[in-house]
Design a protein around this ligand. Structure first.
Ligand SMILES: CCCCCCCCC/C=C/C(=O)SCCNC(=O)CCNC(=O)[C@H](O)C(C)(C)COP(=O)(O)OP(=O)(O)OC[C@H]1O[C@@H](n2cnc3c(N)ncnc32)[C@H](O)[C@@H]1OP(=O)(O)O
Ligand SMILES: NC(=O)C1=CN([C@@H]2O[C@H](COP(=O)(O)OP(=O)(O)OC[C@H]3O[C@@H](n4cnc5c(N)ncnc54)[C@H](OP(=O)(O)O)[C@@H]3O)[C@@H](O)[C@H]2O)C=CC1
Length: 303
């Protein structure tokens, strides 16, 4: 039984289905949740939906209580809901900063605490918090950088406090720039910046939803049973990079990426991710990745 805060990317759904988990999708907009649930069911998975605003601690606990009452358990939690807006710190208002901290840091804490109080404190469980690549600060997004760094540190504390007596494991996944519906939130100019920056890392490309999902499912699964309190960057090495067009990536890899994208199970047409709900420039990138995931990459196929 896995609760995913937010309408998750289809990749999660596919993976949870492969593990045989029942997925509960929770976010504010029911329409979006229902259509994702339909896709999961079409693939043969089990899914439930519920409305939830993670910024409300009472709603978070109520959601967990409802799940436990209906399904008898809650042994997985993925805190995927989150976001921010792009703004230099000099132009950001105190309320703008506080709002993003409230959503990401407070919201994640509310869900973790609700899961602990409502089920995991007594029975154990596994939590994955989705953060972002904030290792070297987060220019243009000071609020989210601070909030996500807070989540990473909170995760370490909870791993220590909650691990020893009931076996809770809690980890973070830090996605690099990922092809997803989240890209609809940014103005074209900001997106152009993302796309231009996308190749300036060792992978030379954005990540895919499947690549994020695979690491989340790994951390949730018994295969990661000795891993807790870590932050796993899933970013093609982006967090190590200076994102400099004349930097080492350009020197060592002038023709672009050789890291083959992963989009599900390419050999299984039904399960692989077929499309993303994103702005045109991002969808075009995805179409390229899809072809490369299936056909492979050669040195002349710059992304
Ligand atoms: C190239 C580099 C590579 C850098 C590489 C970086 C790669 C990053 C890739 C990351 C991708 C993702 O995360 S993808 C996920 C994308 N999804 C999202 O980002 C969802 C974003 N949106 C939201 O979650 C919400 O809208 C959220 C931002 C939390 C605001 O929530 P609310 O509705 O409660 O907020 P409001 O009440 O409207 O506003 C609260 C305050 O915030 C301010 N505010 C709200 N939106 C604002 C905006 N767009 N611009 C300015 N200010 C804004 C308001 O003015 C208010 O402040 P006052 O005026 O003072 O009152
Ligand atoms: N895409 C990327 O490049 C990166 C993404 N990330 C992070 O990964 C996560 C998923 O990103 P992505 O799929 O791209 O983003 P999306 O914006 O597509 O998804 C965000 C989800 O969060 C839900 N959500 C937002 N606010 C709330 C709330 N108050 N209560 C409950 N649910 C909420 C939204 O649903 P609804 O509006 O219906 O509530 C939506 O389903 C986010 O935390 C994002 O910041 C991190 C780094 C890079």
């Amino acid at each position: 039984m896995v609760l995913i805060g937010s309408h998750p990317i289809l990749g999660f759904a596919v993976y949870f289905y492969s593990l045989g988990a029942t997925v509960i999708l929770a976010a504010r907009k029911m329409d979006q949740l229902k259509s994702t649930a339909k896709e999961i069911e079409l693939l043969g998975g089990k899914c439930d939906v519920m409305q939830l605003n993670i910024r409300d601690a009472n709603q978070a606990l109520e959601a967990v209580n409802q799940i436990v009452a209906k399904h008898g358990k809650l042994n997985g939690l993925v805190n995927n809901a989150g976001g921010q807006f792009h703004s230099p710190a000099s132009k950001m208002t105190p309320n703008g900063f506080a709002t993003v901290v409230d959503l990401n840091l407070m919201g994640t804490f509310y869900l973790c605490k609700a899961a602990f109080d409502g089920y995991m404190g007594e029975h154990g469980g596994t939590i994955v918090n989705i953060v972002a690549d904030c290792r070297n600060g987060f220019p243009g997004m000071v609020h989210t950088g601070a909030a996500r760094a807070g989540i990473i540190n909170m995760t370490k504390t909870l791993a220590i406090e909650w691990g020893p007596y009931n076996g809770i494991r809690i980890n973070c996944v830090a996605p690099g720039m990922t092809i997803s519906s989240g890209m609809k939130n940014y103005p074209e100019k900001v997106l152009d910046g993302f796309i231009a920056n996308g190749w300036m890392n060792p992978s030379g490309r954005f990540g895919t939803e499947s690549e994020m999902a695979a690491s989340v499912v790994f951390l949730l699964s018994p295969a990661a049973s000795y891993i807790t309190g870590v932050n796993l960057p899933v970013d093609g090495g982006y967090s190590l990079s200076r994102s400099d067009a004349k930097g080492p990536e350009a020197m060592y890899n002038p023709k672009g990426s050789l890291m083959r994208p992963y989009i599900g199970w390419p050999s299984d047409e039904k399960a692989a991710i077929q499309e993303v709900d994103a702005p045109t420039g991002i969808v075009k990138l995805f179409e390229k990745y899809k072809a490369l995931a299936v056909n492979g990459i050669n040195r002349d196929s710059k992304l």
